[in-house]
Design a binder for this molecule. Structure first.
Ligand code: PLP
Length: 388
């Protein structure tokens, strides 16, 4: 049966494919270390889980307003605005089950068939998928290692034009861990203004930054908030991937369109999950700070360990929880190397090519895992490579 052109291009996310293969090997008795999936190995913080459980016990199990319950929209507006140095109104906040609907629905609301959409490559695979579902033309801008994986600005300048409707940014980045510097954001903002484009700033990793840095938001630059959708959520910051809670911040007229798309598709975000989210924001933040300190240590261990593997070189990423080593020195393609490491070393990780053509020559390893697993994984990879 033929499927529509809107959906015929869709492919599974690489991380889930590798996870399925790794699970098969595990079921067959093989010991696998999982460094493929982008989710924290921390349990959801206890105060947050308790708030969710209390909410279920007290009957917070009903539909809510599609855009989210007012106290949560207010809390997000205050917290997310303060952290970025911008003023956000509750009406500009759309709560959703995870951040993903706030990537997808604004794209559907803004992109007409044939409109061009600029997105980062290597980048989160959902970007290309949602651009194509909207009928847009995906235009990949490379993230270059030589530029600490920020946008290649000359290439960007060549590609942005009057047909560009939307520019997608992701800082800190999945899969590279790169953080875009203010000067690059200023350059992109000037082009967005010149060609009158929307900006979508995926800031889901914004709290996971190291060495005392911050990841600036393009929305905080003069005039940019009026053309920017900020996408953020609770999955990574509060270790809540399975609760499904995220949000978008956007001009109110766009928020109203996105609310209608939510109304007619997902309906609303789970009621009790929103209470857990309220506690996550309003409760103590020490657990987040502690987690970030630990991730920074994990980052240092994994980067140092990768840099002594023959054929690997790895920059020290500034954010998120991924290492993205250059593996061109091994002479192998990234998918062949990822398969070899899974089969021979029992370590599941992702080929850079799962994130776009410019990801070839790299692997992605998640270090949101225990130090023991990271060290054991590094040892196994080194031995497998040394025995080639
Ligand atoms: N954006 C990026 C770059 C991600 O890596 C992810 C998750 O892996 C998301 C958005 C969506 O996360 P969620 O839907 O769990 O909020």
């Amino acid at each position: 049966m033929p499927f529509t052109s809107r959906t015929a291009h869709l492919k599974p996310e690489g991380a889930y494919q590798v996870l399925a293969r790794a699970n098969q090997l595990e079921a067959a008795g093989k010991d696998i270390i999982h460094l493929e999936i982008g989710q924290p190995d921390y349990a959801t913080f206890a105060n947050v889980s308790e708030a969710g459980i209390d909410a279920i016990r007290s009957g917070k199990t009903r539909y809510t307003s599609p855009a989210g319950m007012p106290p949560l929209r207010e809390a997000i507006a205050e917290d997310a605005g303060r952290r970025r140095g911008i003023k956000v109104l509750p009406e500009e906040v759309i709560v959703s089950p995870g951040g993903k609907p706030n990537l997808f629905f604004p794209t559907l609301a803004l992109v007409e068939p044939g409109d061009e959409v600029i997105y980062p490559d290597p980048g989160f695979p959902t970007y290309e998928a949602m651009i194509r579902v909207a009928g847009g033309v995906p235009v990949a801008v490379p993230l270059l290692e030589t530029n600490q994986f920020s946008f290649a600005l000359e290439e960007f300048d060549r590609l942005v034009n009057e047909h560009t409707r939307l520019i997608i940014l992701n800082s800190p980045s999945n899969p590279t861990g790169g953080v875009m510097p203010p000067t690059d954001l200023e350059h992109i903002a000037a082009q967005a203004e010149r060609f009158d484009c929307w900006l979508m700033s995926d800031e889901i990793y914004t709290r996971l930054v190291y060495d005392g840095r911050i990841a600036p938001s393009i929305a905080a630059l003069p005039g940019m908030q009026a053309r920017t959708i900020i996408v953020d959520g609770f999955s990574k910051t509060y270790s809540m991937t399975g609760w499904r809670l995220g949000f978008g911040i956007m001009p109110q007229t766009l928020a109203e369109r996105v609310e209608l798309l939510l109304t007619h598709s997902l309906g609303s975000t789970a009621h009790f999950t929103q209470f857990a989210g309220l506690e996550a924001i309003q409760g103590p933040q020490e657990a987040v700070q502690q987690m970030v300190r630990e991730y920074q240590h994990h980052r240092d261990v994994i980067v140092d360990g990768l840099n002594v593997i023959p054929g690997f070189t790895c920059q020290r990423p500034q954010g998120a929880f991924y290492a993205f080593p250059n593996i061109t020195g091994t002479g192998l393609e990234s998918s062949a190397l990822a398969n070899l490491i899974l089969d021979q070393a029992g370590v599941a990780l992702l080929p850079g090519s799962a994130f776009g053509a410019y990801g070839e020559g790299y692997l992605r390893l998640s270090y949101a895992n225990s130090i023991e697993n990271i060290e054991a994984g590094l040892n196994r990879i080194r031995k497998a490579i040394e025995s080639l």
